[in-house]
Design a protein around this ligand. Sequence first.
Ligand code: 6GU
Length: 243
Amino acid sequence: MRIDVVSLFPEFIAQCAAFGVTGRAIERGLLSLQGWNPRDHAEGNYRRVDDRPFGGGPGMVMLVDPLRRAIAAARAADPRPVRVVYMSPQGRPLDQAGVRELAGRERVMLLCGRYEGVDERLVRAEVDEEVSIGDYVLSGGELAAAVVVDAIARLQDGALNDAGSAEQDSFEGGLLDCPHYTRPVEHELGKVPDVLLSGNHAEIAKWRREQSLRRTLERRPDLLDGAALTEADRRTLDRLRQG
Ligand code: 6GU
């Protein structure tokens, strides 16, 4: 898969992606990441990329043309069609299903705004969807784009060393993850739950499922509506709600 990032700080995203799972996915050729700087497509001695908003108000708005030329250069660098995503707090909130949808594409372009945002005409002409990573304000789309790159990279086949890890994650299946333990068995902070030492894989799976359900019920009951629940899960939830 290929991800192009249009940003005034393309090195920032490249650095964010250089480590761990994303770094390995890039090394392994599972993901290619290319930055495009609108400043390289700006005109004049000052290479302006922004201007004051019509109608007044604080801040600056990113100009149509440098962005449009950067997007055109990125599109032209590969013949495959590309999904253009504008990182913006006005966008659709990103969730794991949204990440999966993007991760399944051959090409995605992430557009990062700075200042108050980008000229709306550019958004209408070039953008397929707007995506937000949560209800808080960032100074620019770069951190959000780095989040999307990470979430996409780890879903590429071969990116995780253990193929089962992605399926076990929080939100896959719509529930929060269960707690995890490693050595030592006995520690001054507590003992590892006996069931995990039992070697009984069916009992372990049952315990983990119940832990996931309990945590989701306690911390994110809103997720239960969209979760894939069995009859046994529903009975467990009823019992947890009683207790
Ligand atoms: Cl995608 N961009 C910016 N600038 N701020 C955000 C965001 C994105 N998501 C939440 N806040």
